[in-house]
Each structure stands twice: as C-alpha cells, then as structure tokens.
Design a protein around this ligand. Sequence first.
Ligand SMILES: NC(=O)c1ccc[n+]([C@@H]2O[C@H](COP(=O)([O-])OP(=O)(O)OC[C@H]3O[C@@H](n4cnc5c(N)ncnc54)[C@H](O)[C@@H]3O)[C@@H](O)[C@H]2O)c1
Length: 337
Amino acid sequence: MEKVKIGIVGLGRLGKRHAFNLANLVPKANLQAVCSLNEAELEWAKKELETPQLFLSFEDMLAHADIDAVWIASSSVFHASQAKTALEHGFHVFVEKPMGVTLQECAEIEHAVQNHQDQVFLVGFVRRFDPSYRYAKELVATGAIGTPFLVRSQTCDLDEYAEFQLEFVKTGGGIFLDMNVHDIDLARWFIGSEIKEIYAKGASYVHPEFAKLGDADNTVCLATFENGAMAILSASRTAFHGHDTHTEIVGSKGILKIGMTPRRNRVEVFDSMGVHSDCIRDFYERFEEGFIAEAREFIECIIEGRKPEIKARDGTAATRIGMAMTESFKKGKVVYM
Ligand SMILES: NC(=O)c1ccc[n+]([C@@H]2O[C@H](COP(=O)([O-])OP(=O)(O)OC[C@H]3O[C@@H](n4cnc5c(N)ncnc54)[C@H](O)[C@@H]3O)[C@@H](O)[C@H]2O)c1
C-alpha cells in the first residue's frame, strides 16, 4: 500500500485540524471521506479540503466510502462505539482521547483490537508525539535524571473557552477525564508503573455553572504508583494568560521541566509596561507538531505493518484513572485502584 485512504468522523474544533493535516501535511494519507452531524461542517470540508465523499452518518461512511482507515474525532461519548464498529468492519482505527468514557466500553475496544490483530489501532495521546516530551522521555531512558519518582503535570485552558467546555462536560466525562487524561498518560509513561491510589480535590472558583453539573473549574490530584513514585496532576479551565500545559519530572539525580513558561515564541517586548511576551492561546497552538507527528505515525504504522507504541490498554488505564479521580473528587475520599 503506497497511500492510506482515510475517512474522518467529527469536524469540530479539533476534527477540522485533523482533517486539514490528513489532507495536506501527511504525505502518505489520502483523505477520501468526511463525516459530521453538522451540514455546515461538511460544506467546509467540501470547500477547503476538496474531499470527494461527504457523510451525515457514520454507518453510511463505513458502508459506502472507499477507505482503509477511520479517524475518530467525534464527541467523546461516541469514541468507543465508533472505534469498535470500525474495527469490526476491518478498518484501521485512530481514536481521539478519551478512548472510552466507561470501563465497559474500554474493555469492548480491547477485545475488538485483540480480535483484529492485523489492523492498526492508535489512541490520540498527542503529548507523546510532541518533540519536547519525546526528548524528555529519551533523557529519562538514558538515566539523565536518575530514577524518576515524581511527576507534576498540569493542563490549563483559557477562561474564554469555559462556555464551550460547559457543553462538553455533559457528555465528555468531566474535567478529569477530558483534561487530565493527558497528564495521566504522561505520568504512567514517564514513571513506567501503574497508579494505585488517588486523592482528588476541586471546586468551581470562577464559574459556578460547573458545580451545578457536578464538575469543577479547577482541580488537583495526588496519586501514588505501585513502584512508590508519586504524581500531582492539576487542571484549570480559568487561565487568563493563555493555554498553560507543563510537566516536571523529578528524579533521584535531576529534574526535567517541560514547557514551564507558555511563551508563544522567543520574543520579549521591553516597553513602558515592562518586559513581556505573548502567550500560547490554545492546545492546538501548543501541540501542533505533535498532532501532525501522530497522524504520520498512524499512517506509517499501516504502510509498514507496524504496531504503535501506545496500546488500547493505555487508553483503558487513562480512563480508569480519570474515573477514579472523578470518584475521589465527588466522594471526598481516597480511591484505591
Ligand atoms: N488530543 C487533544 O488534545 C484534544 C483536544 C481537543 C479535543 N479532543 C477530543 O476530540 C474530540 C472532539 O473535540 P472537539 O473539540 O472537536 O468537539 P466538537 O464538539 O467541536 O466537535 C465534535 C464533532 O463531532 C461530530 N459528531 C459528534 N457525534 C457524532 C456522531 N455520532 N456521528 C458523526 N459525527 C459526530 C460533530 O458533528 C462535530 O463535528 C473530543 O473527544 C475531545 O475530547 C482532543
């Protein structure tokens, strides 16, 4: 196979970016079909991507599109059922995070992946494809900071997106599953052990609407791993300066700090206001290279008959831990995994 023919489902805030990347920035991908519930988004695809096949129904796309692989960027609540159906129809599958919003769904995906070993399956933990996180991983592997024993990681979104996120909370699994799922995956990746104990706190300090939905706008969680390591994972929907995702990995011989100051670039302005820099605005601006790299990896795995490093069980583990964080936050007690 020289090129992989792809059908994408979901053309929202992120799906449009994925579709653009697959159509323009992934040389061995051929974006053949797009699917969305929203006709205006399909019109956008027709105009901007010149995609030949447009579908309002996922099932119709699977039945009628000329594709080898399915790229799932729909709302989180549909990820698992669409991934499972696509695998069962013989397609390679990329699925955005979270892989599922219940453990039953995750188990069904793992089962489907197990039963379709010849198909590539990848969960979109994009930070693992970011050049800085990859470099940090290489440094840890060479022993540069000794044995890592603490991961501090946060995901913070601009306050102006809070209104959009209110809608998201209703089906996306809440702040821990939607936002911290990335930090959970990173912590597991860097520590190389499983989380066994969790204590999560949170509240709605700026937007009481989140509390009314049983969610929070700012959270923090302390976790411990089976090997004795620790993690402090936090999330915020109320950053006023910009998108501020960063991670520290503390080891027995040193510390790695990844993206601690979310500067847009290396320019500092010295003027009557003092010294200042522009800030990164959103997750896409921060992780653009990672989004392109994960798409290339998915396509190359299919062409080369390789399996990605990220497994379905990583998707399950992240969902399990995100759900345990939610339970701890809601019940106000420590959760043992
Ligand atoms: N990796 C990341 O950093 C990251 C960042 C943002 C969003 N996401 C994930 O990407 C997914 C999409 O997020 P978004 O912000 O683009 O959401 P969105 O609400 O803007 O878009 C959702 C899209 O899915 C389509 N859709 C929903 N249900 C569908 C169905 N049953 N059949 C066909 N189409 C359907 C909608 O028409 C829309 O095009 C979410 O699961 C989210 O968690 C990941």
